[in-house]
Design a protein around this ligand. Structure first.
Ligand code: SAM
Length: 310
């Protein structure tokens, strides 16, 4: 059942009424066109079967209204800037308990605070839960890395069932997330995301849509759990992060060069150098190596208790 929200002042009116000028230190660029926020929600594939949507940084709440219009059963928004709380509270009151606001920093909020009294059991969640947001650009990558770690460890929300993330990033970050091997954009983020998720750009949003207008376009990227068997053993995720960082800080060197250097620095790596050479093409550069090969290397290093922290 899709419940229609009662008539509320338009978000454009609210922004004007409360004098909500954007704060650049909180990466505030608002979307004030509901056609656009509706399109973002359609690209996320929400429905009235969706058990929970967590929205990061609702601001004046237009994307929130589109999420609520989808009929999702519970919506929780985390907002740091207290200037938006009165208008979000008004929206919450209009939804008969479907929408709750948590005031705080999304990087620090505990998932118990997000769920509150919302009772979700693992076996109830056949439909995916969603994390969504027109993310504050300055915290977008750390937030995503935090969720990916939780996803690998099946912790917090990620322990309760599938979680799909539909998130707005600066276009360039979106391209890095979905980049295939041997492309210019291929980097750490590509491998960290693609080791666990299928990553697709579902919508490109021109900078003209935002108020104030940012310097660059944005893209909406959807990350869904991979539907094949993961190569990565879940407890190897931290090792994956360390080795990917190691190889990509020497992006121009061949993988063979960097691996041999690693063997000089860490004696345990020397003992598995031959094995590593059978796994990776030593003549390739890091951007040419597939995600699953990096995952296999992380599994091997983790299994041998080899810690890469240089
Ligand atoms: N969702 C709104 C929209 O699409 O118009 C606002 C998007 S604006 C790019 C980012 C929002 O995230 C702002 O409302 C800002 O206050 C909020 N924000 C910034 N840092 C945050 C953090 N660490 N935790 C939660 N919210 C944050």
């Amino acid at each position: 059942m899709i419940t229609t929200l009662p008539r509320l002042p338009s978000v454009r009116e609210i922004v004007k009424l409360y004098g909500l000028s954007a704060k650049s230190q909180l990466s505030q660029n608002f979307i004030l066109d509901k056609n656009i926020t509706d399109k973002i929600v359609r690209s996320a594939q929400l429905s009235n079967q969706t058990p929970l949507v967590i929205e990061i940084g609702p601001g004046p709440g237009l994307l929130t209204r589109s999420i609520l219009d989808s009929g999702a059963q519970h919506v929780v928004a985390i907002e740091k800037d207290d200037r938006f709380i009165p208008t979000l509270t008004q929206l919450s009151e209009a939804t008969q308990g479907r929408f709750r606001i948590v005031q705080g920093n999304a990087l620090q909020v505990e998932y118990q605070d997000i769920l509150g009294s919302t009772f979700l059991k693992k076996e109830q969640n056949e439909e995916p839960m969603h994390i969504m947001g027109n993310l504050p650009f300055n915290v977008a990558s750390p937030l995503l890395m935090q969720w990916l770690h939780q996803s690998a460890g099946q912790q917090g929300l990620f322990g309760l069932g599938d979680v799909w993330m539909t998130l707005m990033f600066q276009k360039e970050v979106g391209e890095r997330l979905s980049a295939k091997p041997s492309t210019e954009q291929r980097g750490r983020l590509s491998i960290m995301a693609q080791s666990l998720c299928q990553v697709n750009t579902v919508y490109t949003v021109p900078s003209t849509v935002f108020v104030p207008r940012p310097k660059v376009d944005a893209s909406v990227v959807q990350l869904k759990p991979r539907d094949d068997v993961l190569v990565l053993k879940r407890d190897s995720y931290k090792t994956l992060e360390d080795i990917v960082r190691y190889y990509f800080t020497k992006r121009r060197k061949t993988v063979g060069h960097s691996t041999k250097r690693l063997a000089k620095q860490i004696p345990e790596v020397k003992t598995i150098l031959d094995e590593l050479e059978t796994m990776i093409d030593f003549k390739a550069r890091p951007e040419d190596i597939s995600t699953d090969v990096f995952c296999s290397i992380a599994n091997l290093l983790h299994e041998k208790n080899i810690i890469i922290q240089l």
